[in-house]
Design a protein around this ligand. Structure first.
Ligand code: IDP
Ligand code: MG
Length: 146
């Protein structure tokens, strides 16, 4: 295993319910280092680009509408095995099926409002991190394991 970067997004349903701190705490307590973070809004077209792999699926219009226009928090996290580890901490897509103690089990409302995004593979992380952050916005010095 090696040190990896992954992209997490705190989605609008969690931002609007004041869960930013709770969710970041889960990652910090699990040993992730936050190496980049911002609060932004993106447009519909950007949301469609971000979720390109889901274009054509029945939930695609609602999904991109959910992500667009509202504040979201993209975060780059770093630690050993960060991609799989973050997915484990986040839990299953449908919070009704997510394991106890996972972020989605504890905070998500339903499959359409599941509070957090996490990159699902090294290829996804490599595409998703530059979608939100330039290299200059990433704090490399914090990547070294403490
Ligand atoms: P993931 O976020 O766990 O990786 P994906 O299958 O990549 O799940 O789907 C992306 C997002 O699309 C999910 O997080 C969820 O918000 C939404 N989504 C996925 N499947 C459904 C569905 O069947 N109904 C409604 N929304 C869905
Ligand atoms: Mg996914």
């Amino acid at each position: 295993m090696s040190v990896e970067r992954t992209l997490v997004i705190i989605k609008p349903d969690a931002v609007s319910r004041e869960l930013i701190g709770d969710i970041l705490l889960r990652f910090e307590h699990a040993g992730f280092h936050i190496i980049a973070m911002k609060m932004i809004r993106i447009g519909r077209q950007e949301a469609e680009m971000f979720y390109e792999e889901h274009r054509g699926k029945p939930f695609f219009p609602a999904l991109t509408e959910m992500l667009a226009g509202e504040p979201i928090i993209p975060v780059v996290l770093s630690c050993e095995n960060a991609i799989a580890k973050a997915r484990e901490l986040i839990g299953a897509t449908d919070p009704a099926l997510a394991a106890e103690g996972t972020i989605r089990h504890d905070f998500a409302l339903d499959k359409s409002h599941n509070s957090v995004h996490g990159s699902d593979s090294p290829a996804s992380a490599a595409r998703e991190i530059p979608f939100f952050f330039g290299e200059a916005e990433i704090c490399h010095s914090r990547e070294v394991l403490r």
